[in-house]
Design a protein around this ligand. Structure first.
Ligand code: AMP
Length: 287
């Protein structure tokens, strides 16, 4: 595995691969790898001849009061994990190369960026869309792979690629969870042991919602009420949003249908955690 931080060198390598008729997969990440990241890499390993994983903690997607400075970083550990999965290139562009002096171009996916996380993190998806388009232009992969853990991000990127005619297949992969159900996230490392116990309420709420729907509940309020009840009864929590949305438009839905996605963001202590599920999805495998 090569670690490449120079953008021009990354471009040259990808161009050479394309010249040899190789298919390229890209997995964009902010590093501090866990099994969620590794599952995307394993998928990419199978889906293409060459696998590039980008590792870039993107300043443009963090708000002024967010955790950019303390976001966990460990390049050596990440490189070891990526090497084991068979990554060909770990692409680590420096922020100065991505946003040099004079930089002023941003991409905004308008409607899909507004609700859910967009409402409490203004500018976040503009930063995400911009960096992902830059990475897609730099690497020009055939396939780019993202996790459903960040469901809104996945929908924003699908829309971006379709609207701007980016010749790439966008693939979404299922959420990988800890043994007890907590969705894996680099930010889970911020949690104290007490907060870690509280964080499980997101998964418990999702499971309760699913069970309600399975047992015939069809009222939006009954499902949201059950979810809210579980979270508010858990110490150290503060709800950002609990939403029931159409899986493609991300607009709120009035009636439960199994395609609706339940999405939630909850602050546990100072850490903001997100999770989501398709209400028809079987979660029993995860517990
Ligand atoms: P991040 O490094 O957190 O920006 O995430 C990089 C990619 O990994 C994104 O496409 C995320 O959606 C995905 N990802 C993060 N956590 C998980 C998880 N628990 N399961 C599956 N994919 C994930």
């Amino acid at each position: 595995m090569e670690i490449i931080s120079d953008v021009a060198q990354m471009r040259r390598m990808a161009r050479a691969w394309r010249g040899q008729g190789k298919r390229i997969a890209l997995v964009p990440t902010m590093g501090y790898f866990h099994d969620g990241h590794l599952s995307l890499m394993r998928y990419g390993r199978e889906a293409a001849d060459k696998l590039v994983v980008s590792l870039f903690v993107n300043p443009a997607q963090f708000g002024p009061n967010e955790d950019l400075a303390r976001y966990p970083r460990d390049l050596e550990r990440d490189a070891g994990m990526a090497r084991e999965v068979g990554v060909d290139v770990l692409f680590t562009p420096p922020a100065e190369a991505m946003y040099p002096p004079g930089y002023q171009t941003y991409v905004s996916v308008e409607e899909l960026s507004r609700p859910l996380c967009g409402a409490s993190r203004p500018g976040h998806f503009k930063g995400v869309a911009t960096v992902v388009l830059k990475l897609l232009n730099q690497v020009q992969p055939d396939t780019a792979i993202f996790g459903e853990k960040d469901y809104q991000q996945l929908q924003v990127i699908r829309r971006l690629a379709a609207d701007l005619d980016v010749p790439v297949e966008i693939v979404g992969r299922p959420i990988v969870r800890e043994a007890d159900g907590l969705a894996m996230s680099s930010r889970n490392t911020y949690l104290s042991p007490e907060e870690r116990a509280s964080a499980l309420c997101l998964f418990r709420a999702i499971r309760a919602a699913r069970e309600l729907v399975l047992s015939g509940a069809r009222s939006r309020e009954s499902v949201l009420e059950a979810v809210r009840g579980i979270i508010t009864a858990t110490p150290h929590t503060d709800i950002d949003y609990i939403s029931l949305v159409h899986p493609d438009t991300l607009r709120e839905v009035d009636t439960i249908d199994p395609e609706a996605r339940l999405a939630l963001a909850v602050r546990v202590g100072k850490t903001r955690l997100i999770d989501n599920t398709l209400l028809s999805e079987s979660l029993l495998c995860c517990v």
